[in-house]
Design a protein around this ligand. Structure first.
Ligand SMILES: [Fe+2]
Ligand SMILES: [Fe+2]
Length: 295
């Protein structure tokens, strides 16, 4: 399967890239020891990037007391991790938004942002340390679908229309039609963009959480957030789920074993709990959607 993914990936030549300067900023932000002045200077050398940071830090997504006008203050206010996450997400949105897709991009983004927010919420519920990472990797988990939609527009569009209103999942249909999945193609893309190994692993195994290597708990969190959003929130054939299967059962058992806080007895009850959480998440998702798609 992975051979097929690598082959499809190798055949495309015009992959969207993250500008070199942005990759350098991301690498600096990755290191907690980096100097904020050095990062601010680098961000300021790219006016588009600087404007984006200022715009997002002043958006309703973050509630700064007063207007923040300097990049360095934005860095100190948001923290390196959040700025890094915001930059990566906005370039990901940007890289693909001009390209036409055979599916509704608004549905895709709402799904992606919902999974990001829900992953963060589940991470908080189980006491997982890095809730911000859960959030970011949740947002980008399905990036392979954008790749398929862009480079195999007709074929992917046809495949999606055949599974509309059926019980087949997007994942299984991809396997049948392409001999590979958005998980493997997402992995190729994430590796090309030098995402950290743990992000690559979650992208690669978010439908097969039992195979996760780097951080199985994080993969389980994203698996359940994804499944919840596919089942209980807006979805169409680009994001279609069936009944809880091996991967969801595995993720749920791992969550129960590793949670630092008590969880309900069954996956059904857990999803019931998440339903209440989603009221708050939905508001967050709308803010994120408006900020990211216009920044
Ligand atoms: Fe997926
Ligand atoms: Fe998904």
């Amino acid at each position: 399967m992975m051979i097929k993914a690598r082959k499809l990936f190798k055949d495309v030549s015009d992959l969207p890239t993250i500008p070199v300067i942005v990759s350098r900023v991301i690498r600096l932000l990755d290191n907690h020891q980096s100097n904020p002045d050095e990062i601010a200077d680098l961000i300021l050398s790219d006016q588009v990037l600087a404007a984006r940071v200022i715009r997002v830090v002043n958006s309703p997504l973050y509630t700064a007391g007063s207007k923040i006008t300097s990049v360095k203050r934005a860095l100190l206010f948001l923290g390196f991790r959040s700025v890094r996450e915001m930059i990566l997400t906005s370039y990901f949105v940007d890289g693909f938004k001009r390209h036409e897709q055979p599916f509704d991009m608004n549905v895709f983004w709402m799904h992606s942002f919902s999974v990001g927010s829900m992953s963060r919420r589940i991470a908080e519920m189980v006491g997982y340390d890095d809730t911000e990472m859960a959030y970011l990797v949740g947002i980008i988990h399905d990036l392979g679908k954008v790749f398929l939609g862009h480079y195999f527009k007709e074929e992917y569009g046809e495949m999606l229309s055949t599974i509309n209103y059926t019980r087949s999942t997007t994942y299984n249909a991809e396997m049948e039609h392409f001999g590979t999945t958005h998980c493997e193609l997402g992995l190729c893309l994430a590796q090309r963009w030098n995402f950290p190994p743990v992000y690559c692993d979650v992208i690669s195994h978010h439908h097969t959480s039992e195979l996760a290597i780097e951080d199985p708990l994080l993969t389980a969190i994203v698996r359940l957030a994804d499944f919840f959003c596919l089942t209980y929130t807006i979805s169409d054939s680009v994001a279609q789920a069936a009944k809880p299967d091996r991967s969801e059962e595995y993720a749920w058992n791992l969550l129960k074993q590793r949670s630092r806080n008590p969880l309900p007895g069954s996956l059904g009850e857990f999803f019931f709990m998440l339903n209440d959480e989603y009221v708050g998440v939905f508001h967050e998702v709308n803010l994120l959607f408006n900020t990211m798609t216009t920044a």
